[in-house]
Design a protein around this ligand. Structure first.
Ligand code: HPA
Length: 270
């Protein structure tokens, strides 16, 4: 694994100038943030050694290097989901590579179902913490101490100072920002009403099929994480309606300029 990480990082170093300040993983329907990246250089996943290839609709599968908020960033348009059949080492491989490139911050976005009864479709939720319900752990197996410690602390998986900054910026810019706990599970089914109820009872505010693996590995690697869920549908009793992938993409599209504005402003300030 160490060899593959180094090989991929070396390849990317030859394609981009300097060390990006922040890596950004863009979720379903949230890929348009890349239009705001300037001086873009696009690298399709198919050209990157050791990179898995994204298969799900709504993800075009490329890395975009450029500047956002005046800083160098490296964005993933399209992530690797466990439900696509990748194992957790593959799902989180890009995060390993980001760290090997010297990137210190990881910003993550996703589309999620809301379980908190005060949430509406189109809301942005700042993720404060998560509950990992994936059936496989990305750190299972031999630990490489070069990459991180065997038993990583997760008491502040989502960096507090970045969260405070996000809340402050949302206030300044009059952007409604919810906050809460994200539960990650494997999908690809959306939840039954009984499952939504269970997830709310155990402490979840939003649920989705991503983010948790990447955030675990980023923490293992000592990166600072900031993450947002766009609430694309509601798993709230009385408000549950049939949900499709297209609905999720549509709702994400509407909220994304506001999330982009928060991300851009934070990147300018860190
Ligand atoms: N559940 C799981 N993943 C999702 C949802 C949901 O309700 N909405 C968007 N992604």
């Amino acid at each position: 694994m160490l060899e593959a990480i180094k090989q991929t990082a070396d390849y990317l170093k030859s394609k981009i100038d300097g060390v990006p300040n922040t890596a950004i993983i863009l979720g379903t329907g949230l890929g348009e943030l890349v239009h705001e990246i300037e001086d873009k250089r696009e690298i399709p996943y198919t050209e990157i050694p050791n990179f898995p290839i994204s298969t799900v609709e709504g993800h075009s599968g490329k890395l975009i290097a450029g500047t956002l908020g005046g800083r160098k960033v490296l964005a993933m348009q399209g992530r690797f989901h466990y439900y696509e059949g990748y194992d957790m080492k593959q799902v989180t491989f890009p995060v390993r590579v980001f760290r090997a490139l010297g990137i210190k911050y990881l910003f993550v976005s996703n589309a999620a179902g809301g379980m908190n009864s005060s949430f509406d479709v189109g809301d942005i939720m700042l993720i404060e913490d998560h509950i990992n319900l994936f059936p496989e752990h990305p750190l299972r197996g031999k630990n490489f101490s070069e990459l991180g410690t065997r038993f990583p602390d997760m008491s502040e998986a989502y960096d507090k100072s970045l969260r405070l900054m996000a809340m402050e910026i949302a206030r300044e810019k009059n952007i409604k920002l919810q906050h809460g706990v994200y539960i990650g599970l494997q999908g690809p089914t959306f939840e039954t009403p009984a499952e939504y109820n269970f997830l709310r009872i155990i402490g979840g505010d939003a649920v989705g099929m991503s983010t948790v693996p990447e955030v675990i590995v980023a923490n293992h690697a000592g990166m600072k994480v900031l993450a947002f869920s766009i609430i694309t549908d509601l798993g709230v009793t009385g408000k549950i309606v049939e949900v499709s992938h297209e609905d999720v993409q549509e709702a994400a599209k509407i909220a994304q300029p506001k999330m982009a504005e928060i991300m851009r402003t934070i990147i300018r300030r860190i």
